[in-house]
Design a protein around this ligand. Structure first.
Ligand SMILES: CCc1nc(N)nc(N)c1-c1ccc2c(c1)N(CCCOC)[C@H](c1ccccc1)CC2
Length: 339
């Protein structure tokens, strides 16, 4: 912990602008893990040493071995968590977890069932949920709450920077206790979270080019550091894709003709009295595969059933453009222009 200002930075790695993760340790002596700091969930899990060999994804990642840690405390309660892209099952354990140099005694899950789809594609080992306690499975106190109760942070906030340039070092940064002026310009615009207990805000509309096409009566937007893309209701996203001339791929992705990219309209999200625009540079992933250019659109249709849905999820491609401060003290989210 940098003694001078009560903030604790963790550098993040950027994998293809779609996965951002940083290092934590669990146990004594320290066992190292790469985790996504995920505002869309509130539990910590890492692959378990006792993961069945049936699950290949466990063996391509670091696994926690409680028997090798002198501070391990056995628990054994069952655990299961669902994400939009996949589910994880396992059991609970307790040990010393160190995040940004701050140690906490933490109940977390050891994953014993890690489906290959999608975890074989995960560059990270596990997930550290940065959500509110009331979304935590099994009522477990989340890591950030345990850190706040130590009163070592200058402010009860954390901030996330996701770089957009794979060559940029670091690929991103989580700051607990404040913000990092190195990674944003201008001032923060704040908006209250829509219901205390989730990192979501009321959105007043989505504009494509100059025309407001979606969410005209208002809707909910989740600010989700654990999602790669922006998702919206499937019907809205398919209209959006038609408007920009994108074609749908088999697995639900969209591509556009790379020659047309520069003429694509901006997509603007109206949040908290301010407009947050993404240009084609922000929402087109330009990849070269087998010598040809593929321009995929980083929007996905996703229908989240009521009462949670219908919602828009603003993920990594949004956060890469707008540096985000998550304020637990005031239950608000702040955006500033990322550099
Ligand atoms: C971080 C946990 C999480 N939290 C929340 N709120 N939403 C979702 N969707 C995830 C989630 C679960 C699993 C995976 C994931 C994300 N991935 C994306 C990392 C995003 O890092 C910022 C990768 C991926 C690769 C290929 C295709 C789909 C997904 C690996 C698999």
């Amino acid at each position: 912990l940098s003694p001078s200002n009560g903030t604790a930075p963790t550098p993040l790695t950027n994998y293809l602008d779609t996965q951002y993760y940083g290092e934590i340790s669990i146990g004594s002596p320290a066992q190292m893990f790469n985790v996504v700091f995920d505002t869309g969930s509130a539990n910590l899990w890492v692959p378990s040493y006792s993961c069945s060999p049936l699950y290949t994804a466990c063996f391509t990642h670091n696994r926690y071995d409680g028997s090798k840690s002198r501070t391990h405390i056995k628990n054994g309660t069952g655990f299961s968590i669902q994400y939009a892209s996949g589910n994880v099952r396992g059991f609970l354990s307790e040990d010393v977890v160190v995040v940004g140099g701050i140690p906490v005694v933490q109940v977390f899950a050891e994953a014993t069932a890690l489906p290959a789809i999608p975890f074989i594609f995960a560059k990270f080992d596990g997930v550290l949920g940065m959500g509110y306690p009331n979304v935590a499975i099994d009522g477990i106190t989340p890591v950030f709450d345990r850190i706040m109760s130590q009163h070592v942070l200058k402010e009860e906030v954390f901030s996330v920077y996701y770089s957009k340039d794979p060559m940029h070092k670091p690929g991103g940064e989580l700051v607990m206790g404040g913000t990092d002026p190195e990674y944003y310009t201008g001032t923060f615009n704040y908006m209250g979270t829509s219901e205390a207990g989730k990192w979501e805000v009321n959105m007043k509309g989505v504009t494509v080019g100059e025309e407001m096409l979606f969410c005209k009566e208002g809707c909910t937007a989740v600010i989700d550091t654990g999602s790669s893309y922006i998702t919206g209701p499937a019907s809205s996203v398919s209209v959006l894709m038609k408007t920009i001339g994108a074609t749908e791929l088999a697995e639900g992705g969209y591509t556009v003709n790379c020659d047309l990219v520069k003429s694509l309209p901006s997509v603007t999200f109206h949040l908290g009295g301010h407009d947050y625009s993404l240009t084609e540079e922000d929402y087109i992933l330009w990849q070269s595969q087998f010598g040809e250019d593929i321009c995929s659109v980083t929007f996905r249709g996703l229908d989240v059933p009521p009462p949670t849905g219908p919602i828009w999820i603003l993920g990594a491609n949004f956060i890469a453009r707008y540096y985000t401060e998550f304020d637990r003290r005031n239950n608000r989210i702040g955006f500033a222009t990322a550099v």
